[in-house]
Design a protein around this ligand. Structure first.
Ligand code: PMP
Length: 351
């Protein structure tokens, strides 16, 4: 090894789901929304004045921060936006997880948490989910350098009661607790109301799932004004212009259209419930997902086999070759028609 290589920040990167180039596929592998963005988003993009691209975007992302604050009934000082919730979460890790004590998260959870922790040299400890994949709240009561978990959890889809979340926050008044609500709009109760009561709580959400804008990269954090100020200080020390002009303009349109949001989210929920029924009939078992995916294992056919068989039929789902979950498929919810085709093909794979 050459000398300079000793000083490289060596990391094992996060591996995102595949983005296949083919168009004749059913893509159920990255929890995207199968419906297009709100009509106002499409119109704003068509009418976007490209001359504005000569100029830097506003560094404080004010238009979008204000629109999110208005939607959730917050003050703008309680909102931070970033390039997808991945960016927001990375900034949060950098800002708040600087203790010698380990941060805590579940053993089965969003697989970016340990990647950020490793990259930023943050000590961490994973807490095993119980045998039914539920988070055990008591595991998070000991001394630690911070707590993070998704609600609903990913990739299990299992929701934690708000009262249990409050107990975790209550037991951790000296550190920051982050609830990653990437999938909360598909059936869960947000922890947002708790930010007024607990100054150590951050709630993180995204436009990638329930607002059909994964390609625009918009995420946001909500919490006490002081916490948001600290995240902004780190952001401005890293990159002042995180959000591009189009993301700011389209994000505002996406959050404004409550009716479209409600319609598409209800469609996804209805299709998810239909899919659960069909999967059950085919011999799958799964927790009661409250997200836009189902994490399911078959009674006899190994998940890896099904994953490959489905791929041959141009249907992409997600498979993780990880301990405890290597017999599960994570199936994102597509349109009703896509899910009917999926179930039909799955029947063929199980024969
Ligand atoms: N949190 C969880 C739990 C996720 O599954 C994802 C999606 N990969 C993200 C955060 C990040 O989503 P985005 O950066 O698109 O907002």
């Amino acid at each position: 090894m050459n000398n300079w290589e000793t000083y490289v920040r060596k990391v094992v990167p996060y591996v995102p789901g595949e983005q296949p180039k083919e168009s004749n596929i059913i893509k159920l592998n990255t929890n995207e929304n199968p419906y297009p963005p709100a009509p106002g988003v499409v119109k704003a993009l068509e009418q976007f004045d490209t001359d504005r691209l000569r100029l830097y975007p506003e560094p404080d992302c004010k238009v979008l921060v204000d629109a999110i604050a208005e939607y959730y009934g917050l003050d703008s000082s309680q909102v931070f936006v970033g390039v997808g919730s991945d960016d927001v979460l990375a900034m949060i890790f950098m800002t708040f997880f600087n203790s010698e004590k380990p941060i805590l998260f579940p053993d089965i959870t969003y697989s970016f948490y340990d990647v950020w922790a490793d990259m930023l040299r943050i000590p961490y400890e994973v807490k095993p989910l119980d045998e039914n994949f539920f988070i055990k709240k008591e595991d998070y009561y000991g001394e630690n350098g911070g707590v993070i978990f998704p609600n609903p959890n990913a990739p299990t889809g299992i929701l934690m009661e708000l009262s249990e979340i409050e107990e975790i926050v209550e037991h951790n008044r000296d550190v920051i607790v982050v609830v990653d609500e990437a999938y909360i709009d598909f059936g869960g109760k947000s922890a947002l109301p708790l930010i007024e009561k607990y100054y150590n709580l951050l709630v993180v959400q995204t436009f990638s799932k329930s607002r059909s804008l994964a390609g625009m990269r918009i995420g946001f954090a909500m919490g006490n004004e002081k916490l948001i100020k600290y995240i902004n200080d780190v952001k401005y020390s890293f990159n002042s212009y995180t959000m591009n002009q189009t993301a700011l303009a389209l994000g505002v349109e996406a959050i404004k259209d409550k009716q479209y949001f409600e319609e598409t989210r209800q469609k996804v929920i209805a299709t998810r419930e239909w899919t659960k029924g069909e999967l059950k009939k085919l011999g799958f078992s799964f927790g009661d997902s409250m997200s836009n995916f189902i994490f399911a294992a078959h009674e006899s056919v190994p998940a890896k086999e099904l994953f490959e068989a489905l791929k041959k039929k141009h249907i992409f789902v997600r498979y993780f070759s990880k301990e405890r979950i290597s017999n599960y498929l994570r199936i994102s919810i597509g349109t009703q028609q896509e899910m009917e085709t999926f179930i039909h093909c799955l029947k063929g794979c199980l024969k």
